[in-house]
Design a protein around this ligand. Sequence first.
Ligand SMILES: Cc1cc2nc3c(=O)[nH]c(=O)nc-3n(C[C@H](O)[C@H](O)[C@H](O)COP(=O)(O)OP(=O)(O)OC[C@H]3O[C@@H](n4cnc5c(N)ncnc54)[C@H](O)[C@@H]3O)c2cc1C
Length: 479
Amino acid sequence: MAQTSATASDELAIGLSSFGPVEEVAERARYERDWSGDHVGRARVVVRPRSTAEVQEVVRRCAAMRVPIIPQGGHTGLVGGGTPADSGREVVVSLERMNRIRGIDAAGFSMVADAGCILAAVQDAARAHDLYFPLSLSAEGSCQIGGNIATNAGGINVLRYGMTRELVLGLEVVLPDGRLFEGLGGLRKDNTGYDLKQLFIGAEGTLGIVTAASLKLHPRPTQVETALLGLPSLASAVGLFAQARRDMGDLLSAFELMPRACIELALEVATDLRDPFDPAPVYILLEASTGGLVELRPILERFLERAMEAGHVLDGAVAASTTQARDFWRLREALIEAQVRRGRHLRTDVSIPISAIPAFIERTEAALLATAPECLPLAYGHLGDGNIHLNVVPPLGLLPEQADPFLQRCEAIVFAELDRLGGSISAEHGIGTKKRAAFLARKPALQLDLMRRLKRALDPDDLMNPGRILEPAMPKGSS
Ligand SMILES: Cc1cc2nc3c(=O)[nH]c(=O)nc-3n(C[C@H](O)[C@H](O)[C@H](O)COP(=O)(O)OP(=O)(O)OC[C@H]3O[C@@H](n4cnc5c(N)ncnc54)[C@H](O)[C@@H]3O)c2cc1C
């Protein structure tokens, strides 16, 4: 017989039993850990409301009893923001049952979707109307649009279409006291006072629960060209990017960096794929796309000729079919899977000025290898956005109790180089609990003061995702 939650009576005490509570312990585990398994906690109750009104009611009841809330999407955030703490005090509000596309305005290039819609479903709904929602990331089959908004997600198309912030026309948000911020109007231009919706984008659920969004759509690209290129060096990757921007302008939609070590690791997992051409030190996966009357292939070919003449490119392949294009992208995805298979490893998600990327990678890798010659540093990512994942796979044979100190030492090395170059410790994934100390140590005092004031203004009792981004508030009355 299924084991039932020890907190069922608790849930009744807060009056949440009619909001889809998850009572079986085995099933609750899914809501108490994240995709990576690095973040695991214990929820007081897990509820799954079906409508905005139900979310409001849950929040009102929790607020009345001063019970903290964790808004939760698809569990793919990697910084512990959507996972409950160990305390067992927090109520998880999963948006998974709010998954309706509310409407599409094809002439106005916009869509209104519930926050719990899976990102891939939002993309599919746009495609069904011959439109395009450009947010795209490896986790798109699991992450939710509400989670994307809460984290201001990036992904592979930022270069052309911007971060999630640029794709949001309006929001509906349940505030920490249960009131509803109704901002789904979706006007493209509205200069009346402060643009309040921006506060909730990237707030990681600390200022309210996003329940729906009005999203900006684009014309569906009818021509997409994908090329995998082999380059002599990291410096040539930066040179190639500058040339691609000048030669192809806004037709360039993705520019992903993968040094040789990444390709080798990816091929260990994607065993049906072969080395695409003679090994090169550095690879760029590039995509250009367009709709309308522009002819894309000749532009790409002229750009590649010029890139070879300039010595930026040694070899390469332009996908001859959508299957081949997909295989190029599978290399990028297999790289993530291969790291997961190696077990616990350091994940970072940093940004630096694009021209500083070669120095950052070379210096950081040298410093890492000086500390641990057997470790495997992997530096890859959205070069066109200055966003690099400088990850570290620990040496084989590291004992479990040695893992944490080792990963912390590696992170300190990465962040020290980043500080020297004026970078950011989070380009995409956010702060959550995992990066809070590093964030608080680096953000200027004035900016932290403004953030704390904003948090107090909207959430005076610190009930919405407490301890995420900022430190938890001191209990009232304590000094
Ligand atoms: C394999 C893989 C690849 C990834 N690639 C990228 C990438 O390329 N670019 C990128 O930016 N990220 C990437 N990520 C990170 C992750 O997918 C994004 O951060 C994503 O936006 C999180 O969405 P989610 O629905 O899974 O949110 P969750 O993990 O459930 O939550 C993330 C945060 O948002 C809050 N939240 C969730 N839903 C709501 C809501 N409705 N209202 C208010 N707050 C809410 C949570 O409290 C938490 O703080 C990747 C992750 C994985 C596992």
